[in-house]
Design a protein around this ligand. Sequence first.
Ligand code: FAD
Length: 383
Amino acid sequence: MSEPQLREPVPATAHDTARSELERLATDLVADRADAWDLAGELPRDLLRELGGKGLLAAQVPAAYGGPGLTGVENGELTAHVGSLCSSVRSVMTSQGMAAWTVQRFGDEEQKTACLSALTSGRLAGVAFSEPGAGSDLAAMATTIRRDGDTVVVDGRKVWVTVGAYADLLVVFGRYGAGAAAVVVPADAPGVTVERVADPLGCRAAGHAGIRLDGVRLPADSLLGGAGLPTDWLVTSALTYGRISVAWGCVGMLRACLRAACGHAATREQFGAPLAEHQLVARHLAELHVAQEAATRCCEYASRCWDEGDPRLVTAAVTAKHLAAGQATRGAATAVQVMASAGARDGGPVARAYRDAKLMEIIEGSNEISQLLLGKHALAVWS
Ligand code: FAD
């Protein structure tokens, strides 16, 4: 149904053009290959390097360091686009963006020049917080980072690091004295061992890996600024980027599900009419539409907080991630329902979203951890 035009469209900006070129690049490079990558559990490294080299994987990085310098809202829409094509590539994008953002936030000028330029010229990075004994409770991290003369030594074990299997660089968080620190570790440094996570439920090609760090000795300038800050303080910065990025990825999944479910409902006929004309099926489509709209608006708000340096950013990011992950999980299930047997096999955006979306309720703060944070916030504001 076309809608009446109530006002003239705003002219496109240079940033919009950069974003649409990156979207075209992603569409061309991913094409119809997401299912094959999902089944193989592997992304082509040359494709990731090409996307990274064009700046797509960390699109917030400013031009001075080789990136496209997109705003939060533009980077978000780009992330949703990639998420609608392939959640494994989007997961790589989230990790690389989070690694780059940690360097932007805590690195000095030399670290930014070295690292960010590497990340916008095809090198790949993952971010390592989680450990066998520290999942939701990152204050329990046991990995240690310590200064030793003009070197820094890292010891510990990380789990489920997205991109871990492809990464050239790892941004590793650990204990540093009484606080925490983040250090940039080349994945081929002596003492680093990478072990692929076998058969993940979703985002199967995102290269999740466990990482062992045994006496990894690095130059002292591998340590990012902020060393010694409380763990919460340090990790919240990286996680806030990650939460917004995951939330936009969920918007992408919802859009892919809408496209598939609406296309199917408009063309498949049962009882002498297209599925979409049966009111209970139309209700499913309406629910998917509302889920996509609600998640998009919530993400836009979080990204605007990001762009404007609004102090409500941290809560807005948790809210967006929590809402979008829940909507994507339920939305993907709804889309499977509409497709029925046509959506009940591996292969196709709906089956992938059904598995991929669920994991978004676990990462960057699980549902329960998000609810604890939002409950505290609600009490502080509304009591
Ligand atoms: P646990 O912390 O053991 O929690 C188990 C359950 O208990 C969850 O439902 C949790 O919500 C609940 N729970 C725990 N504490 C509480 C509480 N206080 N109150 C109520 N409920 C509670 N980690 C990285 O460092 N880097 C990555 O790139 C990365 N990528 C990931 C990608 C995927 C696909 C997945 C699945 C995980 C990834 N992780 C990554 C790890 C992820 O961050 C953790 O899985 C997540 O933080 C949850 O930790 P856990 O799995 O140990 O669960």
